[in-house]
Design a protein. Structure first.
Length: 663
């Protein structure tokens, strides 16, 4: 469309001219796109494929000129006064890189199309050192200057000026325009890649030159940017050439000068350019795209890489944080094996607020499993050795299958380097000792205590006799008995003492168990039997009935530091009930209390063979069998626990215990 119209219009204006001959007095033409415009081009000037007239491109240090091919009469033969003329053109000065200044361009009327080829950009392709300012030039130009040359008195690097025979402007103004509905001039940036319009009008009668600039979208402003009273008659010869001139920058940062449309009229008003018919400018800022590739893309790559690295680091950190030890043989225990990550989340990262307590084997944390929201207690046991671990895990898992209403269910385990985690069902009321010792906030009444005792006894019986293998608890004591929601006593920590046997705990020479609960033969030989559990159970019975720890350094003087001595003393004095927990007052069943205390002494017998079995203990507790008369049993000397001086091992242990500040 543009092409057709441009050609048609061109043809209309060209037809009257004979080639090479001067045009008539009212010559005029219009180009809306320059296809087949037959302009006279030199240097860098070229018409692009889509019809843009490009005066220069980014090739450095060259000039470009584009002239209307035919000379035009600016005067009649009879009169030396120059005619009026008017022209309008649409241009764009496109910087190579935005923000940089470049060279300018000019609309020019000259006596020759053969202007200087001297590529000195400050002369805009119009002059050179020798011709600049010479009266014989006969050159009129309107410069669109984007370079400030102090030598030529340029006002800035973005101005419009009227030049006569010299690049030193007769008058110039910063590039700006006064929109018709505004009162002041608005600045424009010539070298912005934006399309702009320029009008140059000479009134031959008034001898006035008006130059008007406007952005592409604006209507022609009524107020010109420059208005100079100047008689062009001596400057303009009778026939002149009209066209455009520019010089490219000597630096790599070139600019391209484009003309999109051009209309000229002698002795009249030029035909207005139809802006919609103009060819499109090449995509301005393709250098920006390459900047994207040179700067943006690597930056994006680096950012991406950083994200990737931090992602991998995060992943590895997580992996390390949640790392477990999982060996092939453990696959058989799949359901009993917990993910460390789940336990970590359950216990909120094993934080202090979730700590339930600290036992002989490690810290116990409360948690809620993320998978099924089940409340659990997680025991963290640090271990050292790998040998024995397999047997121990096998036993743990096997014990985990033990189900008894008075045992704390072991749900499973997890293994990490140097760390074993055991997952138990959570017991909402905590351990029994909190209800018995040291001015408890809440205490248990006798019935509750008796029920707990019977429960623990049946749990121990289950471990000793009713399970497929004999399980020795090794650490029966009040603090290992937990109370569930209904205050049922549940024995916890069973089997854990086997860690010592398997050599997985650091203090392998240490005898598992707690002071005051250790049977004398166990202290001597280190061999645990069901009878050593019964001995500890005896201590436990006394604890529950008396509300005291087996060894209490803070005990009143008349009540012996060693609980069993005190109970024994009371029994010998004939009033065993004197030992019953003061906190109960008179609120207890005398027969049951007496039974529990005497059974405690019996179980605590230093001679293992004289201790009852757990089955017998249960029969006594249920009242189906009467307790043997204590005085009939050989208590003298053999009742080591009662007589500290006769058993060096025990007394030694107690001494150690007392020296270690009563913990
Ligand atoms: C500039 O234009 C000239 C003439 O059309 C051409 O030979 C040259 O390759 C162009 N340079 C660039 C950088 O486009
Ligand atoms: C183009 O201009 C040249 C002179 O510059 C002339 O010789 C030629 O005939 C013109 N061609 C057309 C098609 O006008
Ligand atoms: C020359 O032309 C101008 C206007 O173009 C006119 O004012 C002037 O009188 C003319 N002079 C002569 C000698 O004809
Ligand atoms: C153009 O001008 C140069 C000197 O500036 C000259 O050497 C050359 O012959 C001229 N060319 C034409 C076609 O007039
Ligand atoms: C032009 O003249 C200036 C001084 O007037 C000089 O510095 C410069 O080198 C000259 N350039 C050329 C191309 O002769
Ligand atoms: C102006 O140019 C003419 C011819 O090119 C020359 O003879 C004259 O010396 C020049 N004048 C000046 C002041 O350079
Ligand atoms: C316009 O440009 C001139 C000179 O460059 C400057 O002094 C003036 O502050 C500018 N005005 C506005 C509105 O930016």
């Amino acid at each position: 469309m543009t092409l057709k119209l441009g050609t048609a219009v061109l043809a209309y204006f060209l037809l009257p001219f004979a080639a090479g001959a001067a045009a008539s007095d009212d010559a005029g033409f219009i180009f809306q796109g320059f296809q087949q415009s037959n302009l006279s081009l030199d240097g860098l000037a070229t018409v692009t494929n889509n019809g843009l007239l490009r005066i220069t491109n980014t090739t450095i240090s060259q000039t470009g000129h584009a002239f209307y091919p035919n000379p035009i009469n600016f005067k009649s033969t009879s009169n030396s006064s120059a005619f009026s003329f008017s022209t309008q053109f649409v241009f764009a000065i496109v910087p190579d890189l935005s923000g940089l200044t470049g060279t300018g361009m000019a609309f020019v009327i000259a006596p020759t199309r053969n202007l200087t080829k001297v590529p000195d950009s400050q002369f805009i392709g119009l002059f050179d050192n020798s011709t600049n300012g010479n009266q014989t030039n006969h050159v009129f130009a309107v410069e669109l200057d984007t370079y400030q040359n102090q030598d030529f008195g340029d006002i800035n690097d973005n101005h419009v000026g009227i030049d006569i025979n010299s690049v030193i402007s007769k008058v110039s103004m910063p590039a700006s325009y006064k929109a018709n509905n505004k009162n002041s001039f608005e600045n424009l940036t010539l070298i912005s890649g934006q399309q702009m319009q320029l009008w140059v009008e000479y009134d031959g009668m008034d001898r006035r030159i008006d130059v008007t600039l406007a952005p592409i979208a604006a209507a022609k402003p009524h107020t010109p940017l420059l208005s100079l009273r100047y008689d062009l008659s001596p400057i303009l010869k009778q026939t002149m050439y009209v066209g455009f001139s520019a010089a490219s920058s000597p630096l790599e940062i070139g600019t391209s000068h484009f003309i999109l449309g051009w209309s000229f009229k002698m002795n009249g008003v030029e035909q207005a350019i139809d802006l919609s018919q103009l060819p499109k400018l090449p995509r301005f800022g393709h250098k920006k795209v390459s900047k994207f590739f040179t700067v943006g893309l690597p930056l994006i790559c680096i950012t991406f890489l950083l994200i990737l690295i931090s992602g991998v680091a995060y992943y590895l950190r997580r992996k390390w944080k949640f790392a477990e030890v999982l060996e092939e043989w453990e696959l058989a225990y799949g359901p009993h094996r917990f993910k460390y990550k789940d336990l970590y989340i359950a216990t909120k990262g094993f934080r202090e607020q979730e700590l339930l307590g600290e036992g002989g084997f490690g810290r116990v944390y409360k948690g809620v499993l993320p998978t099924n929201m089940v409340e659990v207690a997680v025991k963290k046991v640090s271990h050292r050795a790998r040998q024995g671990m397999r047997a121990f895990i096998a036993e743990i898992v096997s014990i985990g299958r033990l189900r008894h209403r008075n045992l704390v269910p072991l749900l499973g385990y997890c293994r990490r380097k140097g760390e074993l985690l055991l997952v138990y069902e959570f017991m909402s009321n905590g351990s029994l000792d909190r209800f018995l010792f040291n001015q408890p906030k809440r205490t248990l009444n006798w019935n509750q205590r008796f029920r707990v005792i019977k429960g623990v006894a049946s749990a121990l019986l289950h471990l000793h006799e009713e399970w497929e293998q004999v399980v020795i608890h090794r650490d029966v004591k009040a603090s290992n008995v937990l109370l569930d929601g209904e205050l049922n006593g549940r024995l916890g920590d069973f089997g854990l003492a086997r860690l010592y046997d398997h050599g997985t705990l650091p203090q392998t020479t240490h005898v598992a168990g707690s002071f005051g609960y250790l049977a004398p033969e166990y202290s001597r030989t280190g061999r645990a039997t069901t009878k050593t559990d019964v001995y500890a159970f005896g201590a436990f019975l006394l604890e529950v009935a008396c509300g005291r720890r087996p060894i209490d350094p803070r005990a009143e003087p008349e009540e012996s530091i060693i609980l069993v001595d005190w109970v024994f003393l009371c029994w010998k004095e004939g009033d065993i009930l004197q030992a019953v927990d003061q906190k109960l007052g008179a609120e207890y069943v005398k027969e049951e209390a007496e039974l529990v205390l005497k059974l405690g002494l019996l179980c605590y017998h230093s001679e293992p063979n004289l201790r009852p079995s757990m089955r017998q203990v249960l029969l006594y507790l249920e009242g189906s069998v009467a307790l043997p008369d204590l005085s009939s049993l050989a208590m003298r000397g053999s009742t080591v626990g009662f007589d500290v001086s006769t058993d060096k091992c025990f007394s030694h242990s107690v001494a150690d215990y007392l020296l270690s500040d009563g913990r």
